[in-house]
Ligand binder design. Structure first.
Ligand SMILES: [Zn+2]
Length: 305
């Protein structure tokens, strides 16, 4: 495979999806493995060493409960031609669908890593690993948490795509931000933040409810105006918005006693500050997607999901 073919092979990794379900197992494993390459670690990693890292990454950036299947990409990335395993022959000879259990992978100390030819290509071209990592992050995670995902995987948070931008990428609507901010009258839907420097809004962003990376459309009912902080934590699943009364519900996993946490939780159960016209209100299908795919369940309080 040449450089472009390698980049495209990673662009095409089969993420296991039903409908709009979010499957970030393979992307997170690839990021973790690329970090190992860039850090000069051993080519093959023992499952026992990779497991706690993948578990953490899925708990932080995957849908609720996804860390239970943390071993799946370690096995299934083979079928994309981008991974190879080393272990007991009888285990490796299994059909692709017969995923080994966590216990089997642990006991046999199965090793996984990029195939030899790919490894050689990556080792001889550090920009290639950076490009793949950057494209994976852009394709599967919103920009607000991109640097967090990369840093957690062990990569430089500002890693950049050094290839010519792929023409087959979906184009974003440049007007989305302005339309959403206008609909919400230039204030955060949670805290009402509406700071301006002269005529310029400061720290106010248009969040996608269903991520753009998960086929969420660039339409106002799929957007909420949020301050930078509420945008980031919304994309991390710290809170969600229930479709019935647009009620804000925080995750039970959020905790702490400091002033910041208390201020955060003061919005628990409050209603979203709604946009100025009914047609702009967040649509239930997008809010449901966020609750299922991003929100760190369970929610606080009796109204929680
Ligand atoms: Zn806010």
């Amino acid at each position: 495979m040449n450089r472009d073919e390698i980049i495209h092979a990673f662009d095409r990794i089969r993420v296991w999806q039903r409908g709009d379900r979010r499957a970030v197992h393979k992307p997170l494993l690839v990021l973790y493995a690329l970090a190992r390459v860039l850090n000069g670690d051993a080519a093959m990693v023992d499952w026992n060493m990779a497991e706690p890292r993948l578990k953490e990454l899925l708990e932080e950036f995957g849908p609720a409960g996804s860390s239970q299947t943390r071993h799946n990409p370690f096995w299934h990335l083979q079928t994309d031609g981008l991974w190879q395993l080393d272990g007991p022959p009888e285990l490796l000879a299994r059909p692709a669908a017969a995923t080994p259990t966590l216990a089997e992978l642990r006991k046999s100390h199965v090793l996984g890593g990029f195939p030899k030819a790919l490894r050689a290509a990556l080792a001889g071209d550090p920009g290639l690993a950076a490009t793949i990592a950057s494209r994976i992050a852009d394709a599967h995670f919103p920009e607000s948490i991109r640097s967090d995902v990369l840093a957690a995987a062990g990569l430089p948070p500002d890693i950049a795509d050094e290839s010519p931008r792929g023409e087959q990428r979906r184009r974003r609507d440049p007007a989305f931000r302005e339309k959403v901010l206008c609909a919400y009258q230039y204030r955060c839907g949670v805290c009402g933040h509406d700071l301006r420097l002269g005529r310029q809004t400061v720290g106010l962003e248009a969040a996608h409810i269903q991520w753009f990376q998960a086929k969420g459309p660039d339409e106002i009912p799929n957007g909420i105006a949020l301050c930078s902080l509420h945008h980031k934590v919304f994309d991390l699943g710290v809170f969600t918005v229930l479709p019935e009364a647009y009620q804000i519900v925080f995750s039970q996993h959020l905790n702490g006693n400091d002033e910041t946490t208390r201020r955060f939780l003061s919005y628990q159960g409050a209603a979203l500050i709604l946009p100025q016209a009914r047609e702009y209100f967040p649509q239930a299908e997008f809010l449901n997607w966020h609750r299922e795919e991003v929100f760190k369940k369970p929610g606080r309080g009796s109204a929680g999901p």
